[in-house]
Design a protein around this ligand. Structure first.
Ligand SMILES: [Zn+2]
Length: 484
């Protein structure tokens, strides 16, 4: 009797001790110091002409470069003439037109043997639908400057960054500050329709012109002010998801809808799709996401930090909470969406054929074949045929540690106020992927600060960029050119 009591109290004591150790570990990790970003010395003599930048951007927006229909192949496109006449010639930049519609500009650094830095942007914009035009407060291709903003299609995506990079060169030249390495600006014509003729041909035929650059900076993310209270999350996309579309088809028997048979194609297809839509691929935490959590935890409340800094214990809980939102879900798992459904022509005819398109966005490193095997298993419908109709290769993740990342972080932390610099995985695809696959470290960031409302204007109504943002981006690019 006494023996059991003693044993019980010993068990209680060891549980209490274990809990105490656990609490001590959790709290020690929670209270540990965070990362302090490295810095560069700010370029004090830089005079940024934001009014001129705004006027030039407005001019660039007035050249309608919507794709589709796309930029004509004959003659020199108007946007190339604009960039050459307004910038390349007066600034004395070497320039060449590549494949008729891409532009490569080079600002030579004093000889140093350093590899060049590439800034990539695209000249085309998504079209504005006729029914959306009346909703714009300033016509999308009028290039108006009002209320501290430049308004128009392309202001954020992606004409703004081209102009800001060129204005950064102008500002550095005025201040007689030389770049650390050759600066290459590459402007391509067709990113919004997949980049098959711009970036793809460039990578295939002209990659040597970039002379094995140290890094490439493209669009793909913004500075996010509404994520960490009092801070600007400088979210640098170092990876992007893999784009795969499959066609799912069922061929059955056509017939009269008054006497349906079990071999009903639309019925079999929708059964399979219902199972697929109810299914989710497992959550994961790719390396950039782990680093993002680390950076966010440095600036979180005690409770959030407790969770974020003890992911060895709370990881599944964090994943469950974050994956409830669309953005968190896209960050933590490979996703799939049903995008097209086709079957039937008349309400009393059972069609022989039914098909659907399902678009997958796979996390870096996920195997397409394994995912498709899983899809087949989940659908569990023998009549279903699956065929891959559009697939991109996996894109390597750019390192978010080491000297190059530290250099980038130092520049961003210096040139952007209250910056918390962190890597992310972009859920979208952009031209940078082609260069990343060719082995070039690719970072995706346009250094405009844009909250959720502003970001919605990308491809939306009333796209605009503030003059404050133009100034910030010029400052960032100038520091990148000088220091990275
Ligand atoms: Zn874009």
């Amino acid at each position: 009797m006494k023996e059991t009591k003693r044993r019980r109290s010993r068990v209680k004591a060891s549980i209490a001790a274990a809990l105490f150790v656990l609490a001590a570990v959790l709290i020690a990790r929670t209270l540990g110091p965070g990362r302090t970003s490295p810095r560069v010395s700010a370029l004090a003599g830089l005079e940024i002409d934001r009014e001129k930048a705004a006027a030039r951007l407005a001019e660039y927006i007035r050249i309608d470069t919507s794709t589709p229909p796309g930029i004509p192949r004959d003659g020199t496109p108007a946007y190339l003439t604009l960039l050459i006449d307004r910038y390349a010639t007066p600034l004395g930049l070497e320039h060449q037109i590549v494949d008729g519609r891409s532009l490569l500009l080079r600002w030579r650094a004093p000889p140093s043997g350093e590899r060049p830095l590439v800034l990539l942007s695209h000249a085309d914009v998504v079209p504005v639908a006729d029914e959306e035009r009346p909703l714009w407060h300033h016509a999308p291709f009028a290039g108006e400057i009002a209320d501290g903003f430049v308004w128009g299609r392309g202001a954020l995506d992606n004409k703004g960054s081209t102009i800001c990079a060129l204005e950064a060169i102008a500002a550095l030249k005025r201040a007689q500050i030389a770049p650390r390495r050759d600066i290459l600006l590459l402007v391509v014509p067709d990113e919004e329709i997949g980049g098959n003729e711009g970036a793809a041909l460039f990578v295939r035929d002209h990659l040597a012109l970039l002379e094995q650059p140290i890094a490439l900076i493209d669009e793909g993310s913004f500075v996010i002010p509404d994520q960490i209270p009092g801070k600007n999350l400088v979210a640098v996309a170092v990876a992007e998801k893999q784009y795969v579309t499959i066609r799912v088809t069922v061929d059955g028997e056509a017939g009269h809808s008054s006497m349906p048979t079990p071999a009903n194609a639309p019925a079999a297809l929708t059964r399979a799709l219902a199972r697929l839509m109810a299914f989710e691929l497992p959550t994961q935490r790719p390396l950039p996401v782990e680093r993002l959590f680390d950076r966010i935890s440095d600036h979180s409340s005690f409770g959030q930090r407790l969770l974020l800094r003890n992911r060895w214990l709370f990881g599944p809980l964090i994943e469950r909470m974050l994956s409830r939102g669309a953005a968190g879900n896209a960050m933590l798992r490979s996703t799939h969406a049903l995008t097209v459904l086709r079957a039937g022509i008349k309400d009393n005819v059972v069609p022989a054929h039914a098909e659907a398109l399902v678009n997958f966005r796979l996390l870096p490193g996920d195997s397409r074949d394994q995912v498709l095997a899983e899809v087949r298993r989940v659908m569990d419908e023998p009549a279903v045929k699956i065929e891959v109709i559009n697939a991109e290769e996996d894109t390597p993740i750019t390192a978010s540690d080491g000297p190059l990342w530290d250099g980038l972080e130092a520049v961003l932390a210096t040139a952007i106020p209250d910056a918390v610099v962190a890597p992310i995985v972009s859920p979208g695809t952009m031209d940078a992927r082609r260069f990343a696959r060719a082995g070039i470290p690719a970072y995706r960031l346009v250094p405009f600060t844009a909250d959720a409302g502003e970001r919605q204007r990308v491809h939306g109504v009333d796209e605009r960029v503030s003059l404050d943002n133009l100034e910030q981006a010029i400052r960032v690019y100038a520091h990148l050119m000088r220091y990275l």
